[in-house]
Design a protein around this ligand. Structure first.
Ligand code: NAD
Length: 352
């Protein structure tokens, strides 16, 4: 066993079907009486149902959460939090809504209860990315780690199938990079591998039947395991490229992860053979990069950056960003290899 260091993240997790009913109980356990409910315009119905369920324990609502946590939205939300004198936030939604709850916690220290409805994994991380004037800044602080996560599988039944697959691949990317992290450890590697296994077996079942409750349950469990990995160890080239692509060209988050992942894995394959073997074993394929490419393709996911709207002449910009302020990566960063990686991802070719 190699020497390692491991710190557990302090948050409570409740997982099951129908667990939304536990929100009031969890608020009481935190000593809270006045929640503000957060969501997006697309999930008003689910958020309003929660508002009604909480009765007097919900004192306000803010349903304007948006991708990449824009600071102007956060400022409006904080003003609402103050106006209604909320003593906690309850975020119901995907990474965008959870990001808003984290941004409020960063500024107010209010405790957070989060109810994730995608597989992005933000609920399990002490990481926040915020955007202002088109620039996204990410920081890591326990101030933004949600105190309580309530996973209610029932809420994921409405996740559209396209987002189900790409959000699942987004989670898979956290676990895959976690397996070769510089600060990796055996606890997180076990969790990451189990997350990969749960998601890669659930996604094909959901593609066939999005209402398969057992598969929804396994996918959400996998998302938690992958989110814990993201929150616990450092990410590398794959996340750096997705960050650069998303920030520069405003590409959709989960889809970008889906397209880039096999190529980033191929780039790192010879520098991280043990991680590749664990990924391949967990997802049940002979070879991790090609296996991930074929998994996503067989589930109808996008395979090219071109179809996501990246401009053809954008590759050089991303290469520059990836080399200028790199994340630690198992393979050395080489501009000509990165150009090949991005060209393949742009065209939707298999990884090489
Ligand atoms: P999202 O939260 O933007 O959701 C996409 C859309 O799907 C939204 O309109 C949402 O309302 C809707 N939706 C979500 N769940 C639904 C459901 N069950 N049924 C019906 N509609 C549903 O997408 P996302 O991919 O979850 O989150 C992306 C954002 O999260 C990005 O900004 C990304 O940077 C951030 N993120 C942050 C971290 C972190 O650790 N800080 C981790 C992962 C993602």
């Amino acid at each position: 066993m190699k020497p390692f260091s491991y710190s557990a993240l302090p948050s409570k997790v409740t997982f099951g079907f129908g667990t939304l009913r536990l929100v009031a109980e969890e608020m009481q356990a935190l000593g809270c009486k006045r929640a503000i409910i957060l969501s997006t315009p697309q999930q008003v119905d689910a958020a309003d149902a929660l508002l009604a369920q909480l009765g007097e324990m919900a004192v306000g609502r803010f349903y304007e959460a948006a991708m990449h946590t824009p600071i102007d939205v956060t400022e409006r939300a904080v003003a609402e939090v103050i106006a209604v004198n909320a003593d906690c936030t309850v975020a119901l939604g995907g990474g965008s809504t959870i990001g808003l709850g984290k941004a409020i916690a960063l500024r107010t220290d209010l405790p957070q209860i989060v109810i994730p409805t995608t597989y992005a994994g933000s609920e399990a991380t002490p990481i926040i990315g915020q955007t202002q004037n088109g620039v996204k800044n990410t920081e890591r602080t326990l101030k933004v780690l949600p105190e309580v996560i309530i996973y209610d599988v029932d809420l994921t039944l409405t996740l559209p199938i396209g987002l189900t697959i790409t959000s699942g691949m987004n989670a898979i990317a956290h676990a895959a990079e976690g397996l070769y992290a510089k600060d990796g450890n055996p606890v997180i590697q076990m969790i990451a591998e189990d997350g990969l296994r749960a998601l890669s077996s659930a996604l094909p079942l959901l593609y066939a039947n999005p209402l398969d409750k057992e598969a929804r349950s396994n996918a959400l469990y996998g998302a938690w395991a992958c989110g814990v990995t993201l929150g616990s160890v450092g990410m590398s080239l794959h996340h750096k490229l997705c960050h650069a692509l998303g920030g520069t060209f405003d590409l959709p988050h989960a889809e970008t992860h889906t397209v880039v992942l096999p190529h980033a894995m191929a780039y790192n394959a010879s520098a991280a053979p043990e991680a590749m073997a664990r990924i391949a074993r967990a997802i049940g394929v002979a070879e991790a990069p090609l296996g991930l490419f074929e998994l996503a393709k067989s589930l109808g996911a996008p395979t090219s950056l071109k179809e996501l709207g990246m401009p053809a002449d954008g590759i050089e910009q991303v290469v520059t960003l990836a080399v200028k302020s790199p994340y630690w990566n198992p393979a050395a960063l080489d501009a000509s290899r990165l150009r090949v990686l991005l060209q393949n991802a742009y065209e939707g070719r298999p990884p090489e």
